[in-house]
Design a protein around this ligand. Structure first.
Ligand code: NAD
Length: 278
């Protein structure tokens, strides 16, 4: 149903998943349950989304074997100290009702908090790999110099860097720095959190390939090799966002979408160098 990507630790991850940012806890059991019913087996959540327990409930309700799922969560900004990393990881597993998490990420580097010490946080994340309850460890929103710092200190590259990427903000510097170290890129906000959906160039290409604008944008990501997990609360959109593997974009169409990049002005989310919310 979806292609998979092999990560630098030898594990594999489905290239397409389901995102749960801003899926309100009161809706999350039903929404994630619908996504599972539609066929999603890769789910991206975070401590900060406050819906881990509901994601866990939806997975349990599905009756589908644990190993068919790929589940990611993220360390929230207030948990960067070592003891909080270890304690909150236990809570994440408990909420998700899992014995093992597939992937755990540092959500934001917070270079202006904790004395800029995300290296200690990374070392604590690596400790989590030791007892088999975590399969892979990665980061999110890390800029090139942040990646260098954690790798220089530990010699261990994250398996993924989950960063904002979409046609209005290709984020090439963080993307290229990730690829240089065999770190897979997960493109968050793949639809620009909705901003790219009404773009005229996307609409033209969508007419040419007889597909929805969302499918054109998501297909562009897949052909670039990035991992994506678009979010929708609606079943028909969840289905639409899965219909990506029976058509392709030409090099020329990809180049036209590439040309929509607005650099930093295209960002929809915060700048990781200054984001400091805890
Ligand atoms: P997105 O780019 O997936 O866009 C979601 C918006 O697009 C929603 O408003 C939805 O209604 C709309 N949409 C979805 N499918 C559609 C369709 N087929 N037709 C029309 N509209 C459609 O934005 P997102 O949810 O912010 O990003 C995806 C996931 O990435 C999140 O859910 C979360 O899991 C992750 N994320 C991570 C970070 C991070 O800091 N690591 C930040 C933001 C998001």
């Amino acid at each position: 149903m979806t292609d998979s990507v092999t990560l630098n630790d030898g594990t594999t991850i489905p290239q397409l998943g389901f995102g749960t940012y801003l899926v309100d806890p009161k809706d999350a059991v039903e929404t994630v349950g619908t996504a599972i019913d539609v066929g999603y087996r890769h789910i991206d959540t975070a401590q900060g989304y406050r819906n881990e327990a509901e994601v866990g409930e939806a997975i349990a309700n599905s009756g589908i074997a644990r190993d068919e799922f790929y589940v990611t969560s993220k360390l929230t900004n207030s948990n960067h100290l070592r003891d909080d990393v270890l304690r909150s990881f236990d809570e994440t597993l408990e909420k998700l009702r899992l014995d093992r998490l597939d992937l755990f990420l540092i959500h934001w580097p917070l270079p202006t908090r904790y004395d800029g010490d995300f290296v200690s946080t990374w070392k604590a994340m690596l400790e989590l790999l030791e007892d088999g309850r975590l399969s892979s460890v990665g980061v999110s929103n890390f800029q090139p110099d942040h990646l260098e710092q954690i790798m220089d200190a530990t010699g261990v590259a994250p398996v993924v860097n989950q960063i904002e990427v979409h046609p209005y903000f290709r984020n090439e510097s963080a993307r290229i720095a990730s690829h240089e170290h065999a770190i897979a890129v997960e493109a968050w906000g793949p639809l620009g959190q909705g901003a790219v959906l009404n773009d005229e160039t996307i609409a033209e290409i969508a007419r040419d390939v007889d597909r929805a604008p969302s499918q054109v944008i998501l297909r562009w990501h897949l052909q670039r090799g990035d991992i994506i997990f678009p979010k929708s609360m609606r079943r028909e959109r969840m289905e639409e966002n899965m219909g990506l593997f029976d058509f392709g974009l030409t090099e020329e169409q990809i180049a036209r979408i590439d040309a929509l990049d607005q650099g930093a002005n295209g960002r929809q989310g915060p700048d990781p160098d200054t984001f400091d919310m805890v």
